[in-house]
Design a binder for this molecule. Structure first.
Ligand SMILES: [Zn+2]
Length: 164
């Protein structure tokens, strides 16, 4: 009888374990960039933001794209939405502080996309239900989704900094 109980407990545990694992992290994060361990920050950031079931590829930021970007902006990273997931482009050689800041910022953009707060189509930009297509010509930092990202990135940044 005692053996049977132990058997039951083991069986129950082996059934429950994959379910618990599946619930805690359903995101797929792959790092193809030169920046080591950056996926750890991305995974934790997604957890903090309660984002589940997204596919993210981290890749190097192309220096040519960096130099073609708007004047006066020192581009260290950006996120692009692709069918089935996101690509985070990150510059190599950043300090830990810069890296955490950029990852926190891009994760807020992913949150905006996931909640449909921000919808970017080839010919339209909708922010919080308002058509702001014409406003994309604004200064980078005046764009409301950027202001939102700068305001909210601190919440993740603080927690990522504590990570060893
Ligand atoms: Zn941004």
């Amino acid at each position: 009888m005692k053996m049977f109980k132990i058997f039951l407990i083991v069986l129950l545990f082996s059934v429950l374990t994959p379910i618990v694992k599946g619930n805690s992290d359903t995101n797929r994060v792959v790092n193809y960039s030169f920046v080591p361990n950056v996926e750890t920050y991305v995974r934790l950031g997604l957890k903090i933001l309660h984002i589940n079931a997204v596919n993210i590829v981290i890749t190097n930021l192309d220096p040519n794209f960096k130099s073609s970007f708007e004047k006066g902006i020192d581009l260290e990273g950006y996120v692009s939405r692709k069918e089935g997931g996101y690509i985070i482009h990150v510059l190599k050689g950043l300090t830990k502080h810069e890296l955490i800041t950029i990852i926190s910022h891009e994760l807020i953009h992913i949150k905006q996309y996931e909640t449909n707060e921000l919808i970017v189509c080839p010919d339209a930009i909708i922010w919080q239900g308002r058509d702001l297509t014409a406003l994309n010509e604004w200064d980078y930092e005046s764009r409301p989704w950027e202001a939102d990202a700068f305001n909210n990135e601190q919440v993740i940044r603080k927690q990522l900094k504590n990570l060893r």
